[in-house]
Ligand binder design. Structure first.
Ligand code: GDP
Length: 371
């Protein structure tokens, strides 16, 4: 249909039939929008409009099948594929599914939200860890970048690379929701001197729908694709209020607790670590500054959790329908980071036996200490 109008925010086709689907505008507004678009104005769907002006989310169903179709088409054409990942939820934002679609194409990994890492973080160490994790699931990125869409750290290097590699192909940005893909693309466009702020960004998962193509001066496109929603991301299970409490806004400031075996630490109601065996040790927590951390005795931990969940231990809110905490044991052979994907990490020394928990083990993991 050639009278279709595209929302300039999320790329969805505007429609007045279903308020829950992408691109919705009430029928009366849609008519006005049609006239306004004819006059060359930019049109936003109701959802993007509210998001931009009131920072308010309107839930919408995103269809991962469409995304798979889009990815499928990639293996048949020449393209540079950019997987944007969240350095704080790295394992869960790495898209193992794309290896089927990469074909002969170039593929790079961009770790976003680097601004949150403490100042003394070594970039080479972080990149090594990213490469190992990617290789482990069969992904072999040609290059790895650490950037911050927010503070613009390392953006010039990324842009120079995209510039050099977009002469004969389009550049596809892919990623799971909430990794900051839209914010990054906005920042890239901004610095490239092309169109500004056309993509909707927000703290809420799943804001970019359908694909949106941004023309480059060289005749090719930067293409933003929908954020894929995975069950393995805590972000997709929390409401806006909860998400804002666990999302760090500023550089992480470590907070250290001295723990004896038999102690438990709670990261609000979303994470727990039991110190099972080892010497008295420092547990250094890297998480959002406002996140409530509570130390208690392991023998009291279950009853404490049952009593205070949703109140003192918040998020999650009382009404949240999250799966219960589920634990996994780790024994550290070297100084290690215990990973709580989406929440943060805890650095502990070698020779500790711990059990760490999140709802249904979402985002649990371990790595050699980065700091
Ligand atoms: P998308 O779903 O991947 O498109 O993610 P958005 O661009 O909507 O961003 C998701 C959340 O991450 C928002 O709350 C952003 O403010 C935040 N965010 C994005 N980029 C950065 C970054 O570089 N640093 C930090 N600290 N937060 C970021």
């Amino acid at each position: 249909m050639d009278d279709q109008i595209i929302c300039i925010g999320c790329g969805a086709v505007l429609q007045a039939d279903n308020a829950e689907e992408a691109g919705y505008l009430p029928a009366s507004r849609l008519k006005q929008a049609q006239e306004s678009a004819d006059e060359g104005n930019d049109i936003y769907c109701q959802r993007c409009f509210r998001l931009r002006h009131y920072n308010e989310i309107m839930p919408v169903k995103a269809d991962n099948d469409d995304f798979l179709k889009l990815l499928n088409s990639l293996s048949e054409k020449k393209a540079l594929i950019v997987n944007v990942v969240d350095l704080f939820d790295f394992t869960n934002s790495l898209l193992s599914a794309i290896k089927r679609f990469i074909g002969k194409n170039d593929f790079i990994l961009v770790g976003n939200k680097f601004d949150l890492f403490p100042q003394n973080s070594r970039q080479s160490k972080i990149k090594d860890w990213m490469r190992q994790e990617a290789n482990r699931i069969g992904l072999h990125p040609k290059k790895i970048f650490l950037v911050s869409a927010k503070s613009k750290t390392n953006l010039p290097e990324l842009i120079a690379y995209l510039d050099q590699n977009s002469h004969d192909q389009d550049v596809y940005f892919v990623g799971t929701t909430n990794v900051g893909k839209s914010t990054l693309l906005n920042a890239v466009i901004d610095q490239m001197g092309e169109i500004q702020n056309l993509i909707t960004t927000s703290r809420f998962p799943g804001t970019t729908l359908d694909k949106i193509e941004i023309p480059l001066a060289n005749g090719h496109f930067l293409v933003d694709t929908p954020g894929i929603i995975t069950k393995n991301q805590l972000a997709t299970r929390l409401n806006a209020q909860e998400l804002s409490l666990i999302s760090p806004q500023k550089q992480l400031k470590p907070v250290t607790f001295q723990l004896n075996p038999g102690n438990t630490l709670f990261l609000a109601g979303l994470g727990r670590v039991d110190y099972l065996k080892g010497e008295k040790a420092s547990f250094t927590v890297y998480a959002a500054r406002g996140l409530y951390i509570h130390r208690t005795k392991r023998e009291n931990a279950d009853s404490f959790y049952a009593k205070h969940l949703g109140e003192l231990l918040n998020p999650p809110e009382q009404s949240a329908e999250l799966p219960p905490l589920k634990g996994k044991e780790y024994h550290t052979k070297e100084k290690s980071d215990l990973l709580f994907g989406g929440i943060g990490f805890i650095t502990i020394p070698a020779n500790c036996l711990v059990r760490i928990y999140t709802p249904d083990q979402i985002g649990l993991g371990i790595r050699r200490a980065l700091i």
